[in-house]
Ligand binder design. Structure first.
Ligand code: IMP
Ligand code: MG
Length: 181
């Protein structure tokens, strides 16, 4: 185990099982519809989840990416998410599925929702790997979330602290001393 991880919160196996359920939920949602959803990975945090999720889906999808930053190098959201790289595709008239790593304060999701709906998407569905409901600052929720977690700072499976730990294959609680120095 990585020396800066206090304990494993979710193992690879636990994550894998929930990712399959999320994919099945999306397949069900688009079953019988003659539409190719535009599935958007909110980079960088959701990239690992996104790759596993789309590969577990049966529905044909179009993939797109958007880079949003909100943290700088701290463990607290700035409340001002910034779009660093926009979608390549137009969202106009599309069934957009936003894939998030975690909904924390909700600021990022709020911004993405306003943006994508404002571009005339036909539908907007949010799937998140993790949800920290106790941290919410703005009233918004994902349509599907794999895990609800307590208020602990976690890393791995795409999630970072200061751009590190994203390639850890499990989700672990980061030692406090790492971000409270
Ligand atoms: P929000 O805008 O506060 O909802 O936060 C959204 C972003 O903050 C997420 O997409 C993550 O990138 C990041 N974030 C929130 N909580 C954590 C955490 O516990 N570990 C790592 N990143 C986090
Ligand atoms: Mg993120």
């Amino acid at each position: 185990m990585n020396k800066n991880i206090e304990r494993v919160l979710l193992t690879e196996e636990e994550i894998g099982a929930e990712v399959k359920k999320a994919a099945a939920w999306l397949d069900e949602r688009f079953a019988g519809k003659d539409t190719v959803p535009l599935v958007v990975s909110v980079l960088k945090g959701s990239v690992i989840f996104f790759c596993d999720l789309v590969r577990a889906m049966q529905t044909p999808v179009q993939m797109d990416f958007m880079t949003v930053t909100s943290y700088g190098n701290s463990s607290e959201s700035s409340g001002l998410p910034k779009i660093v790289m926009d979608l390549a595709a137009s969202a106009q008239g599309r069934d957009v599925v936003l894939v998030e790593d975690i909904v924390d304060s909700g600021h990022t999701l709020m911004k993405m929702k306003a943006l994508i709906e404002g571009r005339g998407a036909k539908s907007f569905t949010v799937v998140t790997l993790l949800d920290k409901p106790s941290r919410r600052k703005v009233p918004i929720a994902a349509d599907y979330s794999c895990f609800e977690i307590e208020n602990e700072f976690i890393v791995g499976y795409g999630l970072d602290y200061a751009q590190q730990y994203r390639n850890i294959p499990y989700i672990g609680v980061l030692k406090r001393e790492v971000y409270e120095k």
